[in-house]
Design a protein. Sequence first.
Length: 509
Amino acid sequence: MTKSDSAPSLRWRLLRWGFIGLAILITLLALTWGEENTRGRHQWEGYQRRLLAAGEKLDLASFVPPPVPDEQNFAMTPFLAPLFDFRPDRQPGESAWRDTNALNRANSFARVLGSPKSNGEGRDNRRMVDLISRSAAMAEAAKREGAPPPDRAAAARQIIADLQSSQPVIDEIRAAAQRPYARFNIRYGDGPATLLPHLAVMKGLANLLHLRALAELELGQSDAAIADLALVRRTADAIQNEPFLISGLVRLAIIQLELQPIWEGLAQHRWSDAQLATLQTNLGRIDLLADYAHGMRGERAGCNEMLTKMRTHKGNEIDPATGFDNPAYYALPGGWLYQNQLVINRMHQDVILAGVDPVAQRVDPALYTDDSALTRELNSGFMPYKILARLLLPAVSKSALKYAYGQTGVNEAIVACALERYRLAHGEFPEKLDALTPTLVARLPHDLIEGEPLKYRRLAPDHFLVYSIGWNEKDDGGVPGDIKKSTSNTQHPDTTTGDWVWDSAAVAK
């Protein structure tokens, strides 16, 4: 055999063995891929069965509020209904909304407030809202020239006058607030692409009403302030049942807005006994820990739906570009997606939900520290099993702090209202909180962190502190955390340190 005869034969043998090697590699990869998929599915389905047997609901459909008749639906008033009136036949790049003018009207409603300069105001800083700077911001937004109001009373009158243009919408919302239900027509099947345009609108409406209530209090119009605070609450309650963390956080922020006028009215002794009793009753209906549990379970259900669509490569019927029918998702082993789903559900159950007990009204900060079980779990083991979990879970893990702080503020407001009612009757605040029960409050709320009664210190006959030991689980003697600045330059105490304090007295500017 010549050299030229043997060369093709050698190349053929090498090529044949190359094909055999490639076939073996593909077979091994297929077997490994199949094993990953089988193991991941088996582990997830086993854990899923245990959760379902324990009464947990894991699918998003279980959390979607049922439809309600339009005439009984707060969300279907003419001002709000266009927010979810989408075009079913829209093309890529076109607006999703049928009536963009109505959408813009709702989005611009609160722009009358302008952009006030933050100066550390608010209950957390023991400072009343600066009505003069708020009035100046409204004048700037309206492009109105002139000197700012000389004092708070003049600023309050100007604010109320400037808000007269908003009165038709406020009247419409107040009438709609009498409807028994609130259910925005959210497209719950859109996953991460779900549009929630109402949240900014509701927050803006609450901001406007909150400012007007402060102005009314300054002018001694406490009945009008009570009515506006009731409408602030309605905007918060309208989004209460939505299974999204962002909806819950907006509701929480609106309730914080509600507390500011209550605190200012108490600091200035503007509320009557009957008004204080009404405020106590309304505050007593708030259960932010239950809201937290509902929202976190809704978030988990949303994650389950998203991961199921990723595994099945399901597109979005309304907007295919936002679905998972994309070649990139076919490269992900289904077993890895099952494993991520397992981690997400287990961490929700064992950490995110476990640390907040709505029944006992307790919160355990230890489960949410930087060295918590959640952090250790996400930073250990085989990373492909946790890559999506690491993206999704940190966003919800810090929410327990916000909800605990918010509910503590509500609880302290209930006690503060009862204390003011005692002062109205006796001329001074009591030595101990026990003097409030059962006449002024049936049962005193306890500290969510330690389970003991809230701390109370009477500093003077007309000055008190009510406080929780806070996130650091340490009694700092009624001293709040260090002041820090946010990205918007807003000053507020660091809620991870110090006590969570309601101080009855406002400090001078």
